[in-house]
Design a protein around this ligand. Structure first.
Ligand SMILES: [Zn+2]
Ligand SMILES: [Zn+2]
Length: 301
């Protein structure tokens, strides 16, 4: 199925780095922010893939440009990694790159990249749609491999729900939300979730199951609304491959316990997922989350 997968909000770049001049692997073992020579018009928020040149010849790092057009770099922090200074000191324009992901060896090799839309690594270049999609599908696989089962699927809102006014209603705001902070738990990046968002999503659905509003739900113990569970349609674990936050009401569905478990553990999850996807896709697009059904399905397999 041909579809526009993961249309990126921000421009993505491949920028080569010669490890004989700058020990990029060393620097990213120590720091997660570096000031980098900026030789092209990168904008704040753009994604930068660092291609490490010979003898490695692979994209190894994914970064986001936090600050651009800086006229000064503080080389104290990374001085020990500058192997041939002329290239990195006094080069006029700098940007601050923050490391998002380190890729494993033999993943994005020059050969693979070339077969999937990379034209040249002689200098900075924009990532083509073909290459962006190739990288994204691989990222899905990689995340899936390291992903633990969502352990708090019920994401219990019992205590929280008691405190809020369940009579007021909620409508989508369509704000493209910035990504939230993350913590590292057991070596896995976990993005902080906002309970209020989950709550709003349940409210929006009138505390009914969005697979079928006729599904039977029991009443919550302490407040007179149906018990449904909030679920991120595009799973939070995939946050790194989107430009915007996935923790938004537009990406959250309200499900009865049965449908929620079916979606996570059931053989017949696709039918449910498909229904939810097509009901939500327009809302997702409005908050900057672009994904095809096939890509979403991949994330659940
Ligand atoms: Zn879930
Ligand atoms: Zn249901």
């Amino acid at each position: 199925m041909k579809s526009k997968l993961f249309k990126a909000e921000k421009t993505q770049w491949v920028i080569p780095c010669n490890p004989a001049y700058y020990d990029v692997c060393g620097v990213f073992n120590k720091l997660d922010k570096v000031e980098w020579k900026q030789s092209t018009n990168v904008n704040e928020g753009d994604i930068v893939y660092i291609y490490v040149t010979s003898p490695i010849k692979e994209i190894r790092y994914k970064c986001v440009a936090r600050k651009v057009d800086l006229d000064y770099a503080d080389t104290e922090k990374d001085r020990e990694f500058i192997l041939k200074g002329d290239n990195y000191e006094n080069c006029g324009r700098y940007m601050e790159l923050e490391l998002i992901t380190k890729y494993k060896e033999n993943k994005f090799t020059l050969e693979n990249l070339k077969q999937n839309g990379l034209k040249s690594v002689q200098g900075p270049s924009k990532v083509s749609e073909e290459l962006a999609n190739y990288i994204k599908s691989n990222e899905i696989d990689m995340i899936k491999k390291t992903l633990q089962e969502e352990n708090n699927i019920a994401y219990d809102l019992k205590n929280y729900i008691d405190k809020i006014n369940v009579d007021e209603s909620f409508t989508y705001k369509y704000d493209k939300k910035k990504k939230q902070k993350y913590t590292i738990q057991n070596g896995i990046k976990t993005y902080i979730r906002d309970r209020k968002v989950a709550m709003n999503a349940l409210k929006k659905a009138n505390h009914k199951c969005e697979v079928d509003s006729e599904h039977e739900v029991f009443l919550r113990r302490n407040v007179d609304v149906g018990y449904t569970e909030s679920h991120h349609l595009v799973p939070m674990a995939y946050s790194d491959i989107f430009d915007v936050s996935l923790d938004v009401e537009e990406n959250m569905v309200s499900l009865c316990s049965h449908c929620h478990n079916l979606l996570h553990y059931g053989k017949d999850f696709e039918r449910v997922l498909e229904k939810l996807y097509y009901e939500r896709v327009n809302h997702l697009n409005k908050v900057g989350i672009y994904i095809s059904f096939d890509q979403l399905r991949e994330m659940y397999l």
